[in-house]
Design a protein around this ligand. Sequence first.
Ligand SMILES: Cc1cc2nc3c(=O)[nH]c(=O)nc-3n(C[C@H](O)[C@H](O)[C@H](O)COP(=O)(O)OP(=O)(O)OC[C@H]3O[C@@H](n4cnc5c(N)ncnc54)[C@H](O)[C@@H]3O)c2cc1C
Length: 381
Amino acid sequence: MSFQEYFGEPHRLIRNKVRQFIESEINPFVNEWEAKGEFPRELYRKAGEAGVLGIGYPKAYGGSGGDIFVKIASNEELMRCGSAGIVAGLGSLDISIPPILSVGTEEQKARFVTPVLKGSKIAALGVTEPSGGSDVANLSTRAILRDDHYVVSGSKMFITSGLRANQLTCAVRTGVEGYSGISFLVIDSDTPGYSVSEKLEKMGWWASDTAQIFFDECKVPADNLLGKEGQGFYLIMDNFQNERLQLSIMANMTSQLALEESLKYVKEKIAPGRSLSSFQVTRHKLADMATLVEASREFVYRVAAKIDAGSKQVKEISMAKNFSCMVSDQVTYDASQIHGRFGYLREYLIERLCRDNRILSIGGGTTEIMKEVISKYIVGK
Ligand SMILES: Cc1cc2nc3c(=O)[nH]c(=O)nc-3n(C[C@H](O)[C@H](O)[C@H](O)COP(=O)(O)OP(=O)(O)OC[C@H]3O[C@@H](n4cnc5c(N)ncnc54)[C@H](O)[C@@H]3O)c2cc1C
């Protein structure tokens, strides 16, 4: 299958739409928002109105529909703004809406999905807790059913868009210890007892807000339970598949941008007496970088195409995430090396790409957890 078979006319139109949006609404302000550590809340509404937030989501709830590659095309173009923090912040709906679409009732979808795709509400996902993110089965935020509501107590940590979110798709313990006692509730941030920390200062993704959220006996309507009690762990695992695919796309675009920046740089920069692009060592490094980027991109597309065709790709998604992150680690490092001292300056995109890249092999499941998944498939339990 070639590139043309993954992407046709609908994807080209999506790319144009997103490119126009970032050129007018994001690119002129990226450096300012990065330095400030946030983008305006208004951007969600603008992205909603431009139809960017709804790309790939069902038309019934305000989306524009389409296959898996429309979302890939959209995220690739968004990454071209050069701030993965903006992409992560604006895209927090992509990790918080799918469980609602998967098992939510029609009433829940109308209440929790449509306003988010419009950009009038912000959605976040709460799985990770202060004790850690890998050991999902042992999360401890407790939800106790009393009459027509749950009483929720506990805390979630490292929540993207946590500071500004209106609603949190939140994993809670409603039953016994272990994976079978976990459920998903959608919690409104206006609920009494719901509070948010200061913004967490991070190495990268500066423009995305990341926060800790506290629940002090929050009364959450039982109607906000997604699916059935005890279904939460399976929903989290399912949701991870999509998140890991999107993180692989982010990693590939990070590599692509680092490669493009390097190609520009070597043509412009003159080392004493010679152009940087004339050094064989530089040319070979660029050849290696380009090879890795292309191999990683093709692998991720291939896995996405199989998912789109209805095949489960749990092992392959884990491989894709690890491979694309290994490639982005290598390519950003090499690109920074090619830039020499200038790659250490804020004004060069490669500096931000290196910082933003670091989270990709941690978030959504670490490299080690991906290897646990892969080895279960190839070696057995
Ligand atoms: C910027 C940012 C944004 C985030 N956004 C969100 C969000 O919106 N919502 C959300 O719920 N979470 C979010 N997270 C949390 C993220 O999903 C977790 O960081 C991730 O799941 C890894 O968990 P951890 O960082 O707690 O690592 P830990 O679980 O503490 O692991 C620490 C180390 O131990 C290793 N390790 C752990 N268990 C095993 C094992 N069984 N075998 C081998 N090695 C192991 C890990 O690989 C890692 O190297 C975010 C994190 C960051 C930094």
